[in-house]
Design a protein around this ligand. Structure first.
Ligand SMILES: *[C@@H]1O[C@H](CO)[C@@H](O)[C@H](O)[C@H]1NC(C)=O
Length: 390
């Protein structure tokens, strides 16, 4: 009997050991001294919880319970030893004084991590003071993006709410295979440069099921973006889904294979926009698909602008070198608040090529909408309203 007991207790022990090895480790920020009172600086406790999770041999979770946590600029650095999840039930708030984040460029920066998930949570960057500073033309800091993934492979941002970022809300830069899903972004219509989601230098990013109301682009797509999929996006107010501005620099990478589908724009300044500087460049745009889109009172539902040159500085009498090729607009319907609902203003030195319009129906109040074409070639299929100028 005694022997049998020993055998079963050994068995039990080894099972327990096995369990603890395979079970994910959890690191609660409260155990590292974070205070959910919205006033105590919890930056160091968050970084310590991250460091422990990142060192874990088992898959690890940094857990942020309900409550408000005051967080200053923080860099969550990899590589980590295993899969890592940041599960947030609380709200992260930035300091009231915008200078506290303002010189860092980033508020929450995740860098060089593979298999990273950020789940849930609310980020309140309290951007209003920073915007007011910029609008008053005073001496202001450079500002901070709210959450950035830099060199993240196999990443996920899910169920996040971001409000009032100083600059861009969510940035995916130099990443591979990142999913952004069910995020909610909110900032006032007139807040400057508060893009909702910015993707750049990244391959295989998907953005789905997200609602974006902000003062700049809902989604902005920068150089070096490849295989981007966007679906079920609600945009507006905001400046639309924008490829560009591209071609600011001479040596610049292009954007290719981008799809936006099943999305709605409401009261946005632009819908589907491609924007290029009137400067020589190696940048290009190719294989872009806009499909099944509803426009509700959008100023410029469809626009290609290759003459971007804010304040007419830096591009005197130049034309855009960005080569725009194979862009399809299919099943785009709804209302424009301006008469020219479709604008294709392409470069005289690099005309747009392979533009396809397929079943477009955009109206302007109760009157006829119009199209504008310059330096463009393409084809149409199905019903096209306003009448095509291709
Ligand atoms: C284009 O991107 C999608 C993802 O959005 C991907 O599934 C597809 O393979 C890509 N096509 C090419 C030719 O790379």
């Amino acid at each position: 009997m005694a022997k049998g007991n020993r055998v079963s207790s050994i068995l039990f022990l080894s099972c327990a050991t096995l369990l603890s090895i395979t079970r994910a480790a959890s690191f609660n920020v409260l155990s590292f001294g974070a205070k959910p009172d919205g006033r105590t600086d919890s930056t160091q406790p968050f970084l310590k919880a991250w460091a422990s999770a990142c060192r874990s041999i088992q898959p690890a979770t940094v857990y942020v319970p309900r409550g408000r946590y005051l967080i200053k600029a923080a860099v969550f650095k990899g590589p980590c030893r295993n899969r890592i999840t940041v599960k947030i039930d609380g709200t992260l708030v930035a300091p009231d004084n915008y200078w506290a984040l303002g010189n860092s460029g980033y508020w929450l920066l995740f860098i060089q991590v593979s298999r990273l998930s950020v789940i849930g949570g609310t980020l309140d960057a309290k951007g209003a003071g920073f915007w007011a500073c910029r609008q008053s033309g005073k001496n202001c800091p450079v500002g901070a993006r709210s959450i950035t993934f830099n060199w993240v492979n196999d990443g996920l941002i899910s169920g996040l709410t971001s409000i009032n970022s100083q600059l861009m809300h969510v940035v995916v830069n130099s990443c591979k295979d990142v999913k952004v899903q069910n995020v909610r972004i909110v900032a006032p219509d007139l807040s400057p440069n508060t893009d909702g989601i910015h993707v750049q230098g990244s391959t295989g990013v998907t953005v789905t099921g997200s609602s974006i109301k902000t003062g700049d682009d809902c989604i902005s797509i920068g150089p070096g973006t490849r295989n981007l999929w966007m679906e079920k996006i609600q945009c507006g107010p905001g400046h639309g889904v924008s490829i560009g501005s591209l071609g600011r620099d001479f040596n610049e990478d292009g954007v290719q294979n981008v799809t936006l589908t099943n999305s709605v724009f409401t009261g946005a300044d632009n819908g589907l926009r491609i924007k290029a500087w009137a400067r020589p460049t190696t940048a290009f745009v190719s294989n872009i698909n806009f499909r099944n889109i509803i426009m509700k009172n959008v100023d410029n539902p469809i626009i290609i602008d290759q003459n971007y040159c804010p304040n007419n500085q830096g591009c005197p009498r130049q034309t855009s070198g960005v080569k725009i090729n194979q862009v399809t607009y299919q099943n785009i319907r709804g209302t424009s608040t301006t008469q020219v609902a479709v604008i294709f203003d392409c470069s005289p030195s690099n005309p747009c090529r392979g533009i396809r319009l397929h079943d477009i129906k955009l109206t302007y109040l109760n009157r006829k909408a119009q199209s504008f074409c310059k330096n463009i070639g393409g084809t149409t299929k199905g019903v096209i309203i306003p009448e095509s100028c291709l």
